[in-house]
Design a protein around this ligand. Structure first.
Ligand SMILES: Cc1ncc(COP(=O)(O)O)c(C=O)c1O
Length: 392
């Protein structure tokens, strides 16, 4: 197994701060040429140097230097020992859930991204894996839901779109008592603000499409693990399913990550202003933002994260306001996805969460008057002015 401990140790020894690591990545410059921008090794295959020689690189489905630099960098940022860069966030979720076997049981957040819900219901369930989706902010409920065959607890925190915050350390403790793997989807806060592996989780997944890439120009996924044996299993899976991220997309992610810390600060500052604006708007009934002190899980947020991020959901007074807002916004774009520099607004019921059954959506509060806003890094006053005219 490739072990990235040397890189992790090097960064720890040099005592580099997060803001420096994101800019320089694991290697800093290309060791062979001195190129400041890490090269894009756009090749499918590599020359063998002789029958007796073991070459570090052979075939890009299995290993590619640009992807490797991204994986090492993510290892350092998430404080793991092994990372995998794959073709999408869903490829990352699929890779991790491939650790489960028929008759195993997975418990997952009730209000996860629709694609994760679909993965459980349309891939894992038919494959013979049992599942329960529950409110993971309720630890008693978690304990009651555990079965002798529970092998994985999959946490999304904050959840998409209801912004519920689960206590990662407490769930990890409960999960480990029964020998289950604890997985955290860290897409919304990124290691800038939340490091699940340091809180006891075993595996972190990301939609790299979102804040890591940061520019709405690449689809990617990341998995980071602590344990070597789990890393080895995932490595084999990755060779087989062939979902390794291509060199160009790996480079785009590396470039995006350089500004991750800066962007997260601006996303959060803007989101706080926009959330407060929305909260005081007469057509807005409720705002879901983890940075509000009266958010039901604020104590957990403060305990385990260092920032609030740029995601807000809000409920407006009626469907007419939803329609008006989505057609009238100019600076903000009505589009799926999140985490990029551009502000995007979406309608979870008709876009990102269509696969979740109507009664479940209603129970969770994902109704047709709910909107999800990914606050970009434009000027906050411009975003607020745009929303003001769109809500008129
Ligand atoms: C929290 C979360 N996890 C995973 C995914 C899936 O990522 P991708 O679209 O890159 O496959 C998404 C996509 O929106 C997401 O929001």
């Amino acid at each position: 197994m490739k072990n990235f401990n040397n890189y992790v140790e090097k960064n720890r020894k040099e005592n580099l701060k997060f803001e420096s690591i994101v800019v320089h990545g694991a290697n800093g410059v290309d060791p062979t040429t001195g190129s400041i921008s890490y090269p894009i090794y756009q090749t499918a295959t590599f020359k063998h140097h002789g029958l007796e020689k073991t070459d570090p690189y052979n075939y890009s489905r299995c290993i590619n230097p640009t992807r490797e630099e991204l994986e090492r960098t993510m290892c350092i940022l998430e404080e793991g020992n092994r990372a995998f860069a794959v073709t999408s966030g869903m490829a990352a979720v699929s890779l991790v859930t491939s650790l489960l076997n028929p008759h195993d049981h997975i418990i997952y957040s009730d209000d996860v991204y629709g694609g994760t819900y679909r993965c459980v219901n349309e891939v894992l369930e038919p494959y013979g894996i049992e599942s329960d989706s529950i409110d993971l902010t309720d630890l008693d409920l978690l304990k009651k839901t555990i079965k002798p065959n529970t092998k994985m607890i999959f946490i999304e925190t904050p959840t998409n779109p209801m912004m519920k915050v689960a206590d990662i350390a407490a769930i990890a403790k409960i999960g480990h008592e029964i020998g289950a793997l604890v997985v955290v989807d860290n897409t919304f806060l990124t290691p800038s603000y939340q490091k699940p592996l340091t809180l006891g989780a075993d595996i972190v997944v990301h939609s790299g499409t979102k804040y890591l890439g940061g520019h709405n120009d690449v689809v990617a996924g990341i998995v980071v693990v602590k344990d070597e044996q789990i890393g080895e299993k995932l490595e084999i899976q990755m060779y087989i399913n062939g979902a390794g991220l291509g060199p160009m997309d790996s480079w785009l992610l590396l470039r995006g990550i350089k500004t991750l810390a800066l962007r997260m600060t601006k996303h959060s500052e803007n989101a706080m202003k926009v959330a407060n604006f929305l909260r005081n708007h007469p057509k807005v009934e409720k705002v879901y933002y983890v940075g509000f002190e009266d958010h039901p899980n604020y104590a957990t947020t403060i305990k385990q994260t260092t920032g609030f991020g740029g995601m807000i959901s809000f409920r407006v007074d009626n469907l007419e306001t939803v329609n008006k807002l989505l057609t009238k916004v100019k600076l903000v774009t009505f589009a799926e996805s999140l985490g990029g520099v551009e502000s995007l607004v979406t309608h979870p019921v008709s876009r990102t969460h269509t696969e979740i059954k109507e009664e479940i959506r209603q129970a969770l509060g994902i109704t047709d008057t709910l909107l999800r806003l990914s606050v970009g890094i434009e000027d906050a006053d411009d975003i607020i002015a745009d929303l003001t005219q769109a809500l008129e």
